[in-house]
Design a protein around this ligand. Structure first.
Ligand code: TXA
Ligand code: MG
Length: 340
């Protein structure tokens, strides 16, 4: 398949919308990460997304909308809290899991009777949905199991030859995927943390909890509220180990264990361990979110064997960073202690 690239001009987006309308797949930028989109209501089109990504069929897709009217066509029994959250956080990086309407085919929802709905703020994403005239189902535009693409270059690497068109929108603002929540009895449960933080949700909804699957590996046979939780996500080829503890303890641990082809994944270069390769991805949670996936892909490009990652702070947007790095480490976290 020949993959065409267009810029996010009105003309470029119009051509992309034609492809969506004819039942095909387009990769497009959003404010979080790039998405791989098709008409959410067209079963055959949605199947093409799963094929292009190599994604397991039981992992549901998020349906992207460009108006509240569109939400009413894909969701049913919408609770009052959903409207309150929409008012405060849409357009933006929040996905709400609601009961699905009968117009959403079960391939889109991975066989569930719910559907994740998101109203993106990126102008090209919004315009693509508007011009297509249909809700667009879109997972992140990476090959299944790879870190989500946050730049055009990475989408092209993964999707060239697999989809007919990519919209080149440069690099994405937030860099981690949207916050995913479910709503039960007026309470919000965070299934995947993102740029709309727990603290922000608490300004609108009294009771906000973090699902246990966000912070730890679910025991075998546990009830999974979001199918994405059970897959080893965001995995680079390198083995990632999170080393928690003080900077001194981190350094001591790395000095003891690191070999020739190993790397440190640091916030800032002031943390480096002399003689050991390193890359940095920023000192604030926002910067870390923006750069994490690119850092993981760079570590692979450099041929890193084992990566010793500093442990991010979990407040605010840090929870999203911690969740992604924990998954890329396959939940491998060690507590380093200072030697007496
Ligand atoms: O920021 C984003 O959300 C990006 C951009 C493209 O919008 N999309 C994205 O999609 O990250 P994806 O498919 O890579 O991740 C969707 C996550 C998965 O973990 C999936 O299991 C969960 O959302 N999800 C989707 N629908 C769900 C549902 N009905 N119930 C529970 N979890 C759901
Ligand atoms: Mg994904």
């Amino acid at each position: 398949m020949i993959t065409e690239t267009v810029l996010p001009s009105e003309r470029g987006i119009k051509r992309a919308a034609e492809i969506i309308k004819r039942g095909d797949v387009v990769a497009f930028p959003t404010e979080t990460v790039y998405g791989l989109g098709a008409n959410a209501l067209d079963e055959a089109a949605v199947k093409k997304i799963f094929e292009a990504k190599g994604r397991p069929a039981d992992n549901p897709l998020i349906v992207h909308i460009s108006s509240l009217d569109m939400m009413k066509t894909v969701a049913a029994d919408i609770p009052a809290e959903a409207y309150k959250l929409a008012e405060r956080f849409w357009a933006g990086p929040l996905t709400m899991v609601l009961k699905k309407s009968s117009s959403v085919p079960s391939v889109t929802s991975g066989g569930l009777d719910t559907v994740g709905i998101r109203f993106p703020s990126h102008p090209a994403a919004k315009r693509l949905i508007e011009l297509s005239g249909v809700p667009i189902a879109a997972p992140s535009a990476n090959l299944s199991g790879s870190p989500s693409p946050t730049t055009f270059k990475r989408v092209y690497e993964d999707m060239n030859g697999r989809v007919p068109m990519i919209i080149n929108g440069g690099s994405c603002e937030f860099g981690v995927e949207s916050t995913v929540i479910s709503l039960d009895n007026g309470c919000a449960r965070i299934l995947r943390p993102g740029a709309v933080t727990k603290e922000m949700l608490e300004q609108v909804i009294k009771n906000v909890t973090v699902d246990p699957g966000v912070l730890s590996e679910l025991p075998e046979g546990a009830k999974v509220r979001s199918p994405g939780m059970k897959y080893k996500h965001y995995a680079p080829k390198a083995r990632v180990i999170i080393v928690a503890g003080s900077l001194e303890a981190y350094r001591e641990y790395v000095r003891k264990h690191a070999k020739e082809r190993d790397f440190c994944l640091l916030f800032d270069k002031s943390e480096r361990v002399p003689g050991i390769h390193y890359i940095t991805y920023g000192s604030t949670a926002e910067e870390q979110a923006h750069r994490l996936f690119e850092a993981l892909r760079n570590l692979d490009a450099k041929g890193a064997d084992t990566v010793y990652a500093r442990c991010p702070d979990t407040s605010g947007m840090g929870l999203a960073v911690y969740n992604r790095i924990l998954r890329s480490a396959g939940f491998n976290i060690v507590e380093a202690e200072n030697e007496e």
